[in-house]
Each structure stands twice: as structure tokens, then as C-alpha cells.
Design a binder for this molecule. Sequence first.
Ligand code: FES
Length: 134
Amino acid sequence: MEKLVSKVFITKVDELPENLGKRVYVEDGNLELAVFKLANGDIRAIENRCPHKAGVLSEGMVSGEYVFCPMHDWKISVVDGKAQGPDVGCVKTFEVTVENGEVYVLFDGSGEASAPLECSHSLGNTIVAGKAGE
Ligand code: FES
């Protein structure tokens, strides 16, 4: 059976500062994302809620493919959503696509996506990066 995918506009590429997060609300404000444009041009979207104590990840420092939570400095991958050891946990990651300078997040029709197998805390899901300019 074919999966239904909904594509939701979240921002323009030009509105994403490199290596800083942007807070975006989707799903009628019920879901908060942290969106990042990395130094390599990749655009990533993750749940804007640290798996430790709900720090706001869009306000964290970005280095490479990681964001450092502003609350207690956990290092979270913006690629697979996993906290780096010794910390344990993960956040949802979302598939992103870029079309004509506009960034969209893709949701499957069920509104649910599977969590990474290693992630036991999260609400989790999978990601495919969009590249600026695609
Ligand atoms: S809330 Fe993010 S490290 Fe504690």
C-alpha cells in the first residue's frame, strides 16, 4: 500500500542562519521543531525538546552535525536525533525537502513514524536531509 505523505512549508532557506537553530511550530502549533542549516548546507529538523529535561534545542550551539542543549550541554545529533554518550536518549527527527528555496517537512499519513530502534525515550522518527538550493 502506498504511504500518504504530507508536505508542510516551514521556512525559507534564506531565513535560516547557518549553525543557529530556528523554532518552528507545525501541526496547528502542537509540534515544535528546531530547524538548522548546517555549515555543509544540509538542513535538518528535529523535535525542539531535549530528551534530558526538555531544553529548547533551537537555542543551542551547533557544531558540525550536533547541537548542544543550552540547559545542561547534552550533545544531540541533528542527523539521527541521538544523544552522545555517556548521555542516553534521543529526539524525533523529521524528513526535510527543499524546493525553490523553500523548506518543507514531510510527515507520513499516519502522523507517526518509527523511532530509531536504539531510541527508547522518544517519540522518534526518521530523517532525510534537504540541501539548501535543491
Ligand atoms: S535539558 Fe538538555 S541537557 Fe538537560
